[in-house]
Write a protein that binds this ligand. Structure first.
Ligand SMILES: *Cc1c(COP(=O)(O)O)cnc(C)c1O
Length: 441
């Protein structure tokens, strides 16, 4: 019998034109007007619009303070400084994430120790953290990876026990929930990218959110000279007011903040629709062999936020060992853009192993003279295996049942007909995934 798979000559699963189902970001006329108003006023470089945006953002986030940054990367760096990361210190972060979750530590002359992720959540594994803590550890960076709320309670308990801070990187998960609590309001501080590819898309920009006045003030002092003045309460910081301690200028472009104010107002409704669409997609694939949803169980009070860079979990052992490469190739042939893998684990990159960024005569990763934290290939087996066990799924921006059903049918069809693909399976290349995966229209 001839295979029904499109890759082997059968009909495609996706036939309906997708129109703007995946178009992103969505910029409303109100957002366009807001951007133009800043340009017409020549107010691109001020902070008045940004400070309004911060107030609204803090209210939405449920934190006392929000500080607008030029990028999510800058916000993470400010947050790390605010958490007390200094020369020779260590942070613990997942290796399976976008580089900006961890790399800003280098700007603070600190280093990174990578922790393992859980294979079903793709987020930091609480059971793996404690053994990585040293007297130099200052922060655990938790990434709600691909929209999934990381397991915050045990991580916070470990951090409290050791007197270290928790930074939530919410760049993939704006508006998500962990056991009823909004992501970004659970740890000591949160930072998130708001660049155009992210679920909350404002242009280039990032936000820091915290209830901790001291973290907030240190982040101001690090990269916001124009805000670093008489309002600062910390006595040590007061002495140096007026110039940025980090030598950085991290304020947000006001076209971004103006667009951001509108995007934030529109976000909850947009996020709800994305959530409905993505959950509908996974509901259709419930029970399909080899495929597992990357989302928290219903009724747990935890909920995906935004579904940025949405992925699914792959179990090749349930599909006769079919490689993720071959699986994705067959899904693509059905009319879906499906990529194998996600972020390539950072600990394997030469920047974290051999690169002497600052000319110290030794790799920059070796921030402290008494400790080599480098992690060779094989040291994070769960993390290193994940790229052959995840695939991208469509990021539906609208709840359109017919289109969602066709896309789900593509994945189902390939999984159910996996035997037809085994013979010509080339296997996986030596490395899957990428260091970054953003493209725009
Ligand atoms: C995008 C991203 C960042 C960095 O944000 P930018 O705004 O691009 O600087 C940080 N962490 C994660 C997990 C991201 O995906």
């Amino acid at each position: 019998m001839k295979s029904p798979l499109a890759l082997l000559g059968g009909p495609k699963a996706v036939v309906t034109p997708v129109a703007d189902t995946f178009a992103w970001p969505i910029i409303s006329p109100a957002a366009e007007e807001a951007a133009l108003a800043v340009l017409r006023r020549g107010a691109m470089s001020g902070t008045d619009v940004s400070q309004e945006f911060e107030k609204e953002y803090a209210a939405w986030q449920g934190t006392r303070y929000a500080l607008a940054h030029s990028s999510g990367t800058a916000a993470i760096e400010g947050a790390l400084y605010g958490c007390g990361v200094r020369q020779g210190d260590e942070i613990i972060a997942p290796s399976l994430t976008y580089w900006a979750s961890a790399l800003p530590a280098f700007n603070l002359k600190a280093t990174v120790v990578f922790g393992e992720v859980q294979p079903d959540t793709l987020c930091l594994d609480p059971a793996d953290i404690e053994k990585r803590i040293t007297p130099r550890t200052k922060v655990i960076v938790v990434v709600h990876y691909c929209g999934y709320p990381a397991d915050m309670d045990p991580i916070l308990a470990i951090a409290r026990r050791h007197g270290i801070k928790v930074l939530e990187d919410v760049s993939h998960a704006h508006g998500g929930f962990y056991k009823g609590r909004k992501l970004g309001s659970i740890g000591d501080v949160a930072a998130m990218s708001l660049m155009s590819g992210k679920a909350l898309a404002i242009g280039e920009g990032g936000m820091l959110a915290t209830n901790d006045r001291d973290i907030y003030e240190h982040a101001i002092a690090w990269g916001h000279y124009e805000r670093y003045g008489s309002a600062i309460e910390n006595a040590w910081l007061k002495e140096f007011a007026g110039l940025p301690l980090g030598g950085h200028k991290y304020r947000m472009h006001q076209v971004s903040s103006a667009v951001g104010r509108v995007q934030l107002r529109e976000y909850d409704a947009r996020n709800r629709e994305i959530l409905q669409a993505m959950n509908a997609f996974w509901d259709l694939l419930e029970g399909v062999p080899g495929l597992k949803a990357h989302r928290p169980v219903k009724g747990s009070g935890s909920e995906m936020g935004g579904w940025y860079a949405a992925h699914g979990l792959y179990r090749p052992e349930d599909l006769g060992g079919l490689s993720i490469t071959r699986f994705c190739e067959a899904v693509c042939a059905e009319g879906v853009s499906c990529h194998a893998g996600c972020n390539r684990p950072m600990h394997l990159h030469p920047l974290f192993n051999t690169c002497d960024v600052y000319g110290d005569g030794r790799p920059t990763r070796l921030a402290s003279p008494d400790h080599d934290p480098r992690q060779p290939a094989g040291s994070l087996p769960v993390t290193e295996a994940m790229n052959s066990r995840v695939y991208s799924i469509p990021w539906f921006k609208y709840n359109r049942p017919a289109i969602i059903a066709e896309h789900a049918a593509a994945y189902r069809k390939v999984a159910e007909n996996y035997k037809d693909l085994l013979a010509a399976d080339p296997g996986n290349p030596s490395a899957l995934g990428g260091w970054h995966f953003f493209t725009h229209r």
